[in-house]
Write a protein that binds this ligand. Sequence first.
Ligand SMILES: Cc1ncc(COP(=O)(O)O)c(C=O)c1O
Length: 425
Amino acid sequence: MSTPVLQETKSKPLDNAWVREQFPSLKLRVNGQPAAFLDGPAGTQVPRQVMDAVQNYYLHSNANTCGAFATSRDNDAMIASARASMADLFNCDKDEVVFGQNMTTITFALSRAIGRELKPGDEVVVTTLDHDANVAPWRALEEKGVVIRQVDIHEEDCTLDLEDLKRKITSKTKLVAVGYASNAVGTINPVAEITKLAHAAGALMFIDAVHYAPHGSIDVKALDCDFLVCSPYKFFGPHMGTLYGKREHLLRFAPYKLRPAPDTLPDRWETGTQVQELIAGIGAAVDYIADLGRRCEPEVNDRRGALLAAYRATRQYETALISRLIEGLLAIPGLRFFGIRDPKRFGERCSTLSIRLGNHTPTEVAAYLGERGIFTWDGNYYALNLTERLGVEQSGGLLRIGLVHYNTMEEVERLLGALGEFSGK
Ligand SMILES: Cc1ncc(COP(=O)(O)O)c(C=O)c1O
């Protein structure tokens, strides 16, 4: 099975100064130091155009949908436009894009709908590497007698054990739920190949792309997955979730819905009144990424092309940061590193990683860094199967450092300096 490699880089270098100008919150200072937002995996900062879009909604389009008057029509047009933006991001049709409160809520709704068709003895495959939002909604089906099979990892590099995965997919498997990238250790999974394995067994493929979305382009057509979810607040947008579903499945499965609500696509999946002001922000977040792409490759001629250009430049930029970060971390005495560390294999990871430092709890380290204006995350970040499997859950989990395209080499050096100081205390 081949390993996944993010696209080769052909674009102009990313203009980090321009990027940072777009994000007003990056100017924050803490205790006299510039804030270093290395907490992107928990939610990224937003560019000004996302804030403007939310404000514009309130100024010009604040009404419910499908009314026979101006603000309602503007709102309908705005939602259609944001849906078209997400369709470009996913590379799918507009009616295959569903908005929802967040990935977790969407996934529970989907598992309930799919569960209506499952019977005792049917199987669902989940993994040890995944965020619990791609585990618990499927485990909930155990109440109906569905059997959950969990794929193990290779502990030494925190990659999925693909031989175990092949063993766990059987003729009884109805759905395989795998993350595109780990929100804890940054491993990128070979989701296209796993989709083929799932389909060969007659199972559906559900991909959690929440962590992958700020780092790499998504192409649901090329992946041929049945469902894929991601959350705009992880890729510079507002706090919401989005689902791609193949049209045939969105029509076939029956969501729990109100009787007067439309039964057409994608509305039948969008329960109740949506957070419309934030849908406006989603459209603007996708447009921001496209703007970045046009700056890197001015010759691109459509939004999908611009998004791909942005991801090429982002990939190149983030690889330089993570290379230096991992090199620096491995030189710190007493540091335990989790995940892929070999630069030759950086195509299999994104710019998120987890560590432990000596006998210190991750909370102690995060608090020390936080005092110095460096924002990292401690605990299990809901990747509970993984922290349990790695044997760190009882002792406080891990310390996560997440880099996105607005972070800088200077921030990486500051972090390395602070960790070095802390470990030498
Ligand atoms: C990989 C991954 N999947 C799912 C989720 C849950 O997403 P949401 O907060 O939109 O429910 C997260 C959130 O951290 C995540 O990192």
